[in-house]
Design a protein around this ligand. Structure first.
Ligand SMILES: NC(=O)c1ccc[n+]([C@@H]2O[C@H](COP(=O)([O-])OP(=O)(O)OC[C@H]3O[C@@H](n4cnc5c(N)ncnc54)[C@H](O)[C@@H]3O)[C@@H](O)[C@H]2O)c1
Length: 249
């Protein structure tokens, strides 16, 4: 579905981003991972062992220079950039009254401003190409205000607003933008929020109509589809992938 497409995915050292990288490579994309964790190199090795093409560029998405340099390297090496997946985020569950100004700023800097930096660095190239697919990994927290705390929910609501803005302003230039809004997906982030075997985790599972946590594949297969030419009329959407939880109660 993605033969010869060049895809830039942030935060693919682990979790959902890793699975998106693996599945996009399986579909023929050349995958470039931008992550702060050196273990992103293991994702690259895994993809190569499976016969795919991948590279790792270390970066901190809160540093615009890092992001710009990464995009420059991609353009120098591949000559184009077809797909952008801003996925890197952090969660810091806290009641609003317990969130320090520093913690607020850090969550917004990574989740929202980091997303803006990747968009700002990539979009000029997509506009010049007259084509591009952007899939932001947001969260159902934007709709519910729950999950990772007020700062996390606000950062994800900001990402959703970016998607609406992109769809409107860049659709006429051949670029589509959508968000996937996961809830309760089995990753390191989920284990930090709801430790395996804890009563809190059991309680969450009991509120999901399909009675299981989601898997990274539940997100990555949709992401592959949205990045493919088959999804060219889907634009400006925020797609909940939540096992039916959000509207079940
Ligand atoms: N897991 C869930 O249940 C869930 C639910 C809703 C939304 N999401 C969203 O899905 C996405 C992926 O989540 P996950 O569960 O795989 O998270 P994760 O914590 O397992 O992985 C996040 C990745 O982002 C990278 N990252 C963090 N800060 C960075 C920075 N400053 N620069 C570059 N990379 C950085 C990390 O190194 C890591 O590889 C996130 O946007 C998250 O908000 C996840």
């Amino acid at each position: 579905m993605l033969t010869n497409k060049v895809a830039f995915i942030t935060g693919a050292a682990q979790g959902i981003g890793r699975q998106i990288a693996v599945d996009m490579a399986r579909e023929g994309a050349k995958v470039i991972i931008g992550d702060i964790l050196p273990k992103a190199g293991e994702t690259v090795e895994f993809i190569k062992q499976k016969g795919g093409e991948a590279a790792f560029i270390p970066l901190d998405i809160t540093k615009f220079d890092d992001v710009q340099n990464a995009v420059k390297q991609i353009m120098d090496s591949y000559g184009k950039l077809d797909i952008l997946v801003p996925n890197a985020s952090i969660v810091a569950h806290n009641n609003l009254l317990d969130i320090s100004p520093e913690e607020w700023s850090r969550v917004i800097a990574i989740n929202l401003t980091g997303t803006f930096y990747t968009l700002k660095a990539v979009l000029p190239h997509m506009v010049a190409q007259g084509a591009g697919k952007i899939i932001i990994i947001s969260s159902g927290s934007a709709a519910t205000g729950s999950g990772g705390g007020a700062h996390y929910a606000a950062s994800k609501a900001g990402q959703n607003a970016l998607v609406r803005n992109l769809a409107r302003d860049f659709g006429p230039k051949g670029i589509t933008a959508n968000a996937i809004a996961p809830r309760v997906i089995q990753t390191e982030m989920l284990d930090a929020l709801y430790p395996q075997g804890s009563p809190a985790r059991e309680s969450v599972i009991n509120r999901i109509p399909v009675r299981r946590v989601g898997l990274p594949e539940d997100i990555s297969e949709l992401c592959v589809f949205l990045a493919s030419d088959k999804a060219s009329y889907i634009n400006g959407q925020i797609i909940l992938v939540d096992g039916g939880r959000t509207y079940a109660s």
